[in-house]
Design a protein around this ligand. Structure first.
Ligand code: GRG
Length: 299
């Protein structure tokens, strides 16, 4: 009898388990004098989180028959970058948050200097993992992955977006400027994740562009949903400090569009994202389902 198709919930839970195991192996405890650094890195990476970016890596890789062991290394690397960004975003100089994923933030659990170092170390560890030959036998593929992740994380991606976010605290942004800010701050890493499988599996240009277009819409839908959660979510649901010190008057998709239009827009983007994947003729159904999940989620 053929096995029943996995539901999205089961598939995401499988990824959570696999990525936790991979991180546990890639970031072992240390008995050296710097053991505290490893503890802080593990605290910031293990035990919580939806693992959305790893899921996008694993599912995009599956489309091209990439070995799950190789894909899992890239999935762990992108989660390292994501967790570094959360640790640094929570610091007193940024959001000064006390809760993350329902637990104390890394600087509260350890101390500020250790949290800065744990974030730095996670970022560099991500590139160490990606350049290892176990990630892919072809150095050109490893180089393409490193280049894409560096672009998504640095000044032309996440860090650039975070700078725009700081500037937005003192300036009024219009919808175009907010879209660009969010595209850089969260969209580029999501786009890297959804196209990493295509790089690993040497996809053809139409396949690559379909995943890029999907990721573009998914990233925006994700951010609008995040803004909606900031307004509608409870601390128990989101695991974040409520009223996360957003300066009053700071523009978001919700403050500009209003709740109703923001919800509609997120739904429309999710539908549009799924349509980009029709080229895969049903084989990308998990990626299509995750687009809906992103807008319906409560955390
Ligand atoms: C400080 C270098 C630096 C960058 C910060 C991405 C970012 C830039 C900060 C994250 C802060 C934040 C809460 C952004 C809103 C969108 C977002 C990335 C939410 C958290 O991502 P999820 O929902 O979290 O995927 P989990 O916990 O499920 O992994």
């Amino acid at each position: 009898m053929p096995s029943l198709p996995k539901t999205l919930t089961t598939a995401m839970a499988d990824t959570v388990e696999q990525v936790e195991t991979a991180i546990d192996i890639l970031l072992p405890r240390s008995s050296m004098a710097e053991a505290k650094l490893y503890e802080a890195m593990r605290f910031g990476c293990l035990g919580g989180g939806k693992r959305l970016r790893p899921f996008l890596v694993m599912e995009s890789a599956r489309l091209f028959g990439v070995s799950p062991a190789c894909a899992l290394r890239v999935a762990a690397a992108v989660e390292f970058v994501h967790c570094y960004s959360l640790i640094h975003d929570d610091l007193p100089a940024m959001d000064d948050a006390s809760l993350r994923r329902g637990r104390p933030t890394v600087h509260r659990q350890f101390d500020e200097a250790t949290a800065i170092l744990a974030g730095d170390a996670l970022l560099t560890a991500a590139f160490e993992v990606m350049t290892d030959h176990e990630t892919h036998e072809d150095p050109r593929v490893r180089c393409a992955l490193v280049s894409a992740l560096a672009k998504a994380s640095g000044p032309r991606g996440m860090v650039g977006g975070q700078m725009l976010d700081l500037i937005a605290e003192t300036q009024t942004l219009d919808i175009g400027a907010i879209t660009r800010l969010q595209r850089l701050k969260t969209g580029e890493l999501i786009a890297f994740s959804a196209t990493a499988g295509a790089i690993l599996g040497r996809a053809n240009p139409p396949q690559f562009h379909a995943l890029q277009a999907y990721a573009h819409d998914l990233g925006l839908a994700f951010q609008i949903a995040d803004d909606l959660l900031d307004v509608e979510g409870t601390e128990a649901e989101t695991g974040k400090s409520v009223g996360r010190d957003k300066p009053a008057g700071k523009a978001t998709f919700v403050s500009i569009l209003g709740l109703e239009r923001a919800r509609d827009q997120a739904g429309r983007l999710a539908e549009q994202a799924t349509r980009h994947l029709e080229i895969f003729e049903g084989r990308a159904s998990m990626l299509q389902a995750v687009a809906r999940f992103v807008v319906d989620r409560r955390s």
